[in-house]
Design a protein around this ligand. Sequence first.
Ligand SMILES: *Cc1c(COP(=O)(O)O)cnc(C)c1O
Length: 394
Amino acid sequence: MKFNLKETHALMEITARPDLVFVAGHGSWLQDGDGKSYLDFVQGWAVNCLGHSPQVVQKALAEQAQQLVNPSPAFFNLPSMKLAQMLVEHSVFDRVFFCNTGAEANEGAIKLARKWGRKNRSGAHEIITFVNGFHGRTLATMAASGKAGWDQLFSPKVPGFPKAIYNDLESVEALIGPQTVAVMLEPIQGEAGVIPATPAFLQGLRRLTQEHGILLIMDEVQTGMGRCGTLFYHEQAGIEPDIMSLAKGIGAGVPLAALLAKKEVCCFEHGDQGGTYNGNPLMTAVGVAVLEQLLTPGFLECVRERAIQLSNGLQVLAQHHGLPGERGVGLLRALMLSDASGGSIVKKARELHPEGLLLNSPRENLLRFMPALNVSAAEIDKMLEMLDGLLSHR
Ligand SMILES: *Cc1c(COP(=O)(O)O)cnc(C)c1O
């Protein structure tokens, strides 16, 4: 160990971290301070969509850093104009507001919906969200989330987020009343264990919200930007939300997020929304480079091919080891375990020698896979082989 654990004591304790420090990363591989390599199927929680330190991001950062870092969000800058234009051209939305994190994008979506409700639905402000949903860690997005145990945290809670049951349209309809302004959901519940909304549920939500004249907000922070094999996941259900949030993949590792909306919904007045770093050219230049990569002909086809390979490989492992199976869409997948061994498999995978494997277990009874979108076929095979060994020695 080339670092002194005491040096970590100045960091505020917020989670249990293993005794290792990562010093470098390239593509699907990370290196720790002892020179050990790890095959990374977490990628910063589905953040590094192009792997670690991709050249296009290095180049965008270096070139933009020499040109202009931050003129202030009160002035226009070229990279943010270009990225907004590209996002509008390749989505069903008309306007984009850039920010720094997924939570901030969702917070913006909540504010926009409440403002719209004030103007158009005589002050309606309730946003129906879902049990086991996850929308971030600000006070409002924690209230919007339906994570077990969070309802008691940091009280008093931000009011106005009644909870429906995921994939249960009747439970949503039962909550709609005069105070309802929107329904907000992840099209795949990630933290809950990679649970996709059925296309019928998403289509039903679109119909229901239209019938009641309320908004549909899609949190595509994890599912957007090619993760599910299309640029945005809602495309696969053939529906158009009114508002969408993006983060994670859009910055390929740097802090960048976006709130997108149809123009009819855009009702912010001057002073309602902003932020010192929002839409700064350094981060939005990265966003342009990332989106250009995802839009390269063949890129998303390749994601879909790798997804089939990963899905098939996980099914074989499930059969071989007598596990319940796998699920997910694109390169956001989960392998269900027959017991609560998720945490211990994650630890054993990390400690493998000579090369470690980084996995994630958002629930004890499953493993989640979020590799780089440009992961190679050989890297998927290698991960499956390492996992096969781990499952044999449970
Ligand atoms: C990660 C995540 C968030 C929060 O994003 P941050 O950038 O961590 O604030 C919100 N919603 C979903 C669906 C996420 O996966």
